[in-house]
Design a protein around this ligand. Structure first.
Ligand code: UDP
Ligand code: MG
Length: 323
């Protein structure tokens, strides 16, 4: 087998940026240094200006005057990080594409580790963030809960603390481009695709300047979006709840029927009419939820059909005699 390390390679570095006029210019020298350590001169930096309202564009223009390998793809408005990443990955022309934040939180000196793993034949190299002790309790346990719940209910496994700091091979990029769904989580899509994966753990730096634009509420909706776009478990959950309620109330109802009405209360429970009404109501609620669950299953099929993901993805590295 020919090792990729023998081949001349070009690295595309995609940097999503929203209002990073201060962070990016101070991160930029470290970024270039990290890239050069990994691949020498054959690289491009593709900054995606995600509708910044500050002077990010001017800052990039000034830097690009000195370096033609720095490019800026400007989006017409703020589309959010996931779409910005997608746009950058689509425009990347390298043999491998690395995604890295503009705010300096992802250590650029690790780029070499990513590239080395890629040269060893890994097609997806994922940055795993070591947990941040200073993170709020809610954020920490919230994310723990999210991964537990997700992995327990879904047929793909998400790795806790996996970040967008990741490298993908051109083969993976080509498949990534085919995805058409709108509510996407870029790393979720990459995880879904599979391929041969390796991991690099890192400590996240402090943001150089500005504020993280992901507040708790935004993180919550991100978690919800991940769930909805990658899993149909919530839809099935309705039906399961309905089934559970129906069975319980049925058992309870039969018990009351026999104990109270047929045997004339030998246990002396003196169950009231209200209680019986509650049991009957529960039973009917259960039936309604089961029906909704059935509808939800149809909905989940429509959902995955409209997501229009490819049915499967071929990995040429796992194939023989296929062009
Ligand atoms: N970002 C973006 N569009 C947005 C929000 C953020 O391109 O609408 C970029 C941002 O400039 C940064 C990266 O996405 O490079 C991560 O965002 P941020 O630091 O705000 O969030 P974190 O993930 O660090 O909490
Ligand atoms: Mg950040």
């Amino acid at each position: 087998m020919q090792l990729i390390s023998d081949v001349h390679m070009k690295l595309s570095v995609v940097v999503p940026a929203y209002n990073e006029q201060e962070s990016f210019p101070s991160f930029y020298p470290k970024l270039v240094e990290g890239i050069k350590k990994a691949v020498g001169e054959s690289y491009e930096i593709l900054l995606v200006n995600d509708g910044s309202t500050d002077d990010t564009l001017q800052a990039v223009r000034a830097l690009a005057k000195q370096n033609k390998q720095l490019k800026c793809l400007g989006l017409s408005r703020n589309f959010g990080k996931e779409i910005a990443i997608t746009a950058g990955v689509q425009h990347a022309t390298g043999d491998a594409v690395l995604i890295i934040d503009a705010d300096g939180q992802h250590p650029a000196k690790l780029i070499k580790d990513f590239v080395d793993l890629w040269k060893d034949g890994y097609q997806v190299v994922v940055g795993i963030r070591k947990s941040n002790k200073k993170e709020g309790v809610i954020k920490r346990y919230g994310s723990k809960f999210f991964y537990k719940a997700f992995n327990a209910t879904s047929d793909i496994t998400l790795i806790p603390n996996a970040t967008d700091f990741r490298l993908i091979d051109r083969a993976v990029q080509k498949e990534f481009i085919k995805f058409t769904e709108r509510n996407r989580i870029a790393r979720g899509v990459i995880d879904w695709m599979g391929f041969k994966q390796a991991f690099v753990t890192f400590h996240a730096n402090k943001r150089i300047a500005g504020k993280a634009s992901y507040k708790f509420s935004k993180l919550f909706s991100l978690a919800l979006d991940s769930f909805i776009s990658l899993s149909v478990a919530p839809l099935y959950a309705i039906g399961y709840v309905g089934f559970f309620i129906t069975v319980c109330s049925l058992v309870l109802g039969l018990f009351v029927l026999v104990e109270q009405l047929i045997l004339s209360d030998p246990l002396g429970l003196r169950i009231t009419g209200t209680a019986m009404l509650v049991i009957l109501t529960l039973f009917l609620v259960g039936i309604i939820l089961i029906s909704q669950g059935l509808l939800a299953i149809y909905l989940s099929h429509i959902h995955s059909q409209t997501q229009d993901r490819p049915l499967f993805i071929v990995d040429m590295k796992n194939s023989v005699n296929i062009d």
